[in-house]
Design a protein around this ligand. Sequence first.
Ligand code: UDX
Length: 481
Amino acid sequence: MSKDELPNLLMSKPIPIAVVGSGYVGLVAAVCFAEMGHPVICVDNDERKVKALRGGDTLIHEQHLPELLGRYRNDRVRFTTDLGEATRECDAIFIAVGTPQSETGDADLSYVEAVTCEIARSITSYKVIVEKSTVPVYTNEWISRALERNGVERNLFDVVSNPEFLREGTAVVDFLHPDRIVVGADSERAGAILRDIYSPLTSGEYYQRPDGIAGCCSVSEPPPLLTTSTKSAEIIKHASNAFLALKISFINAVSNLCEATNANVEQVARGMGLDTRIGPKFLRPGIGYGGSCFPKDVAAFRSVAEQLGIDFNLLKEVEKINVQQKKRFVSKVRSAVWNLRGKKLAVLGLAFKGDTDDIRESPAVDIISMLLNEGCSITAFDPAAVERTRQILPEGDNMRYAPDAYEAAKDADALLILTDWAEFAELDLRHLNQLLRYPIIIDGRNLYDPAVMIDHGFTYLSVGRPVVHPARDMASASTNI
Ligand code: UDX
């Protein structure tokens, strides 16, 4: 579709929006707001990023992003470094800058503060300032205070919390087909502007578009918009991520129990998940959660609780189980190959999960680092994350990268699966068996049926399920090999 033919889809009124920060959340929000019909200015202080985005480089590996950026770039979405101009031109300013983890576990809000002070210098008419980044409770009050300290009259702004729940890999679909939209607003005027911004979704209008991005919402089932107080919205975001992390640590702890008893965690998770009060999602055992959100948000939420004098040690346990899960996996590798020193291991997966090139807090990278420290040599493959990993684990005598899974497997003492890429669940097992020095697979993501692995002659160790060996039948399989 050419830019002249951009769909004039909306009966809802377009609202000029500034999005500050062109990272995962900011960039996806910017193109999705444009897709919903709003004119958007996306601001970043990194000139190289702005130039790349203007030129059509998406910077991140994300489904639908190239398509939407192609549709709206330099038209309904403009990229700039000029935050002052964006503030003056727009009614709503979404802050989507990074909130990295500080040494104490707190969220480091210095970027949010810097952006707030810069916005303050350009406010001459009423603006809604929206927290889109994940921030701790009370941040809205700090933003208000900073704006006032920098000379902005109280009647010229409101601060709203509108947390984002998108997942990497499915970010665009998650944004346009959300389970819910949370608007934390203490002022009716600001709440109404946010409701207008999201009305293409909440009214179902967007889902009538023939060229709209498909997902689970529809005209008859548009997403609900929940209006809360600003503080409640801030807590909803941290509590949601912490709860999902807790679910993962819970099933990982259960998987350890299953390993100790020769039970099968997949059966246990299914049995639990069929209870509608529990639900089947986020009960996949593995090597622990990673990524740019869960580790940081659990630590930040714990830190908020500590500062408020609340005993929330449950979150410490969630973190502890997550760290142990990676160590357990390394022990599992040792149990399969005997001594680690000098072993040549093939590793499939570097990204923190499938469908992304993101390696931030990736359990795969942590496990590789531990194995390298133990004296193993590694040949790794990932469909998207090799280049990023090379920067922190450079190629050397013990660390090599292969162009595909089969090259990685050649002459290895065992093969490890560390990321749940779909293509790793569809390997040519016969071929793999011929390539490996010993037919041993240690699967941290439970991508295979143990019975299939026996049929293909593998010793197969997975998470929370009995170890299986080709020479023995399933019934006599034990956890020791
Ligand atoms: C997460 C939240 O899902 C999202 O709502 C929030 O906005 C950002 O953080 P994301 O980090 O993209 O999204 O990844 P997600 O798909 O949630 O997975 C996080 C980690 O948990 C990954 O390492 C994944 O492999 C792991 N995971 C997930 C499990 O180990 N088991 C599961 O059942 C689910």
